[in-house]
Design a protein around this ligand. Sequence first.
Ligand SMILES: O=C/C=C/C(C(=O)O)=C(/O)C(=O)O
Ligand SMILES: [Fe+2]
Length: 295
Amino acid sequence: MIHLQDIAYVRSGAADLATAVGFAVDVVGLELVERTGDRAWLRADERHHCLAFVEGRSGVLSTGFTVSDENALADAERTLEAAGVKVVRGSAAGARERHVRDYLAFEDPFGNVVELVTDQVRLPRPLAFGRPAGITEFGHLCLDAPDVRAAYRFWSSLFNTRVSDWIGDRACLLRIDPVHHKLAVFKGDRPGLCHMNFQVASLDDVMRNWRFLEERGVEIEFGPGRHPQSTAVFLYFKGPEGLTYEYSYGVRRITDEQAWRPRYFDPDEPDAIDMWRGKGSISSQPQLSTGLVER
Ligand SMILES: O=C/C=C/C(C(=O)O)=C(/O)C(=O)O
Ligand SMILES: [Fe+2]
């Protein structure tokens, strides 16, 4: 069993790096940690970065999760290979670039590239946010898969993920710690990143951010609304490079593991996704087919 400790980052290709970075800082409110000619690293909390842009084709390159140490990484490699999953070990240059000690990469059964990392660098200095959006942390990430049940079997048989709630066969919300979900899988035609989530400090932050985005003509995909699963108040909006961002406030924590029973919501019920019955749809950022090649 591979024990995921936490989410680490999203790596995204950026055809227009300057615009992608400008939006992430000036609109989303992230801190620009480092910028080179063709790369940028942004953070929302103590993690060195939760979002890296690599100049090139638009699309998601990979998502990262932390495991505890080199033994856990070696165990993960063995477990994945025994399950017939091809694993590529990261290079020293790749690890430096990701600001981790070591890592490996694999594809889930649908072609989403996932990286497992050890020792993601923490930056203890105070955050220098791009704007006061109220961000408290990188909250969760959501992958696409054409078969959500099969994705659940993959994530729950090889990894320590536990399902918190189902939305029919359309979505599966998985936890790796008390937070209701840090990984979600949504139904999509192809692999991709549905969205990345940032927690904000208050309901007021969600609503202020909504006004801020509207005033600047940013495309709101869904919300403000409240998800009945995590009870979080949410707002999804579209950024450059096809990347959907989500702010949310008030995610449920599951503190009694034994007592929690995953619930099943019918996606065709009007309140199943938004208790306030708003309508919206979240468009994904397609997975770039990397063939697990180093970037
Ligand atoms: O479509 C349902 C989404 C549910 C939630 C939630 O309960 O918070 C998400 O944030 C999500 O997975 O995006
Ligand atoms: Fe979400």
